[in-house]
Ligand binder design. Structure first.
Ligand code: SAM
Length: 325
């Protein structure tokens, strides 16, 4: 399926939905948005349109997430986090998404355990529901971390993998984590470290900030605030910190081009309804082509030395915490 870029059309600024994929796309009043595409780079434009259209195709947000983000970036971190689950425990996977961590947790908890996946984003939770996992009984509930639909002291373990960046009220979420944990129960959480701690991919925030719009920086997933923010929130909720460290694993993409496309079409942020939305710009709006081009040039400059015959591979850092209720 082709995305139709109308090279003579001008588009209003604001939020819009790319309905075919379920990906949201954000427009803002940046200099690029204010300057309609000139048409000078018509061959580049056609190639870019075709490439992004092929990349997104007819895939849902959950398809894109599982196909690109999980193997390239999330899987190795998720597996490590789930190793903290003991057999027979009752586990909550907060911000479960497509159920990545819940699946590993279910194997670890085993038949005597129970795993509950909670997430506000219907499309991702639908993909999780469709999966079969071995081990514990797994159930899925639509809801958010700020107000969890569980009794006090329901869980032995709360896992939250790359979800805390997206909650709209961090204090309320941590207070809810403390409430739903049994006394002595454990929280294990991971959030991507800030851009200045990322050896290869740290350029992304500044590049998106300058080409797509400054308001993209705080919505990007690497702006949580590091170990100190984890400490502040956990201690503020009355949890006792037992582990606070930065762990690194490689992110792997087939090529720099694939990384660029994943960022443009699938970067995550919280939408106005508090759910996950993917995509940084409106792929149907050609006025974004120069911004996509400029981001691509920055990516090639920053990542060229991390490419080998097997593709793009570079370390990525995540701040991880274990804390006791
Ligand atoms: C980057 S994904 C991580 C998903 C999953 N934990 C994984 O490792 O693949 C972030 C998740 O946080 C969820 N999320 C967003 N806002 C949330 C909220 N207020 N409460 C709980 N989860 C939320 C999103 O829907 C999304 O599934």
């Amino acid at each position: 399926m082709r995305i139709n870029f109308n090279l003579s059309k001008s588009y209003p600024a604001g939020w819009c939905m790319v309905g075919r994929t379920g990906c949201n796309a954000r427009l803002s009043n940046t200099s690029y948005a204010a300057q309609p595409y000139s048409g000078r780079n018509i061959f580049y434009a056609e190639e870019c349109v075709t490439r992004l259209a092929d990349f997104v195709g007819t895939q849902s947000m959950a398809d894109l997430y599982d196909r690109y983000w999980v193997p390239a970036a999330l899987d190795v971190f998720a597996r490590e986090l789930a190793k903290r689950v003991q057999p027979g425990t009752h586990v909550l996977d907060l911000g479960t998404g497509t159920g990545l961590v819940a699946g590993y947790a279910s194997e670890r908890a085993g038949p005597a355990g129970e795993v509950t996946g909670l997430d506000p984003t219907t499309d991702l939770l639908g993909a999780a529901r469709a999966k079969q996992f071995s081990g514990a009984h797994v159930s899925w509930i639509e809801g958010s971390g700020e107000e969890m639909p569980f009794e006090d002291a329901s869980f032995d373990i709360v896992l939250c993998h790359q979800g805390l960046q997206y909650v709209t009220d961090r204090e309320a979420t941590f207070s809810e984590i403390k409430r739903v944990l049994k006394p002595g129960g454990q929280l294990h959480a991971g959030v991507w470290s800030s851009a200045d701690r990322q050896p290869a991919f740290g350029f992304v925030e500044d590049s998106l900030g300058s080409h797509i719009g400054a308001d993209q920086k705080p919505i990007h997933a690497w702006s949580f605030g590091g170990q100190e923010e984890l400490r502040r929130l956990a201690e503020g909720a009355g949890l006792t910190i037992e582990r606070l460290e930065t762990v690194e694993h490689p992110w792997r993409f087939d090529s720099i081009q694939q990384f660029i496309d994943v960022q443009i079409a699938c970067a995550g942020r919280t939408d106005e309804n508090g759910k996950l939305a993917m995509g940084l710009v409106d792929l149907d709006d050609e006025s974004w082509l120069p911004a996509i081009d400029a981001f691509g040039k920055d990516a090639h400059a920053a990542l060229g030395s991390f490419v080998s015959h097997s593709g793009l591979s570079a370390p990525f850092a995540s701040d991880e915490m274990s804390a006791k209720a």
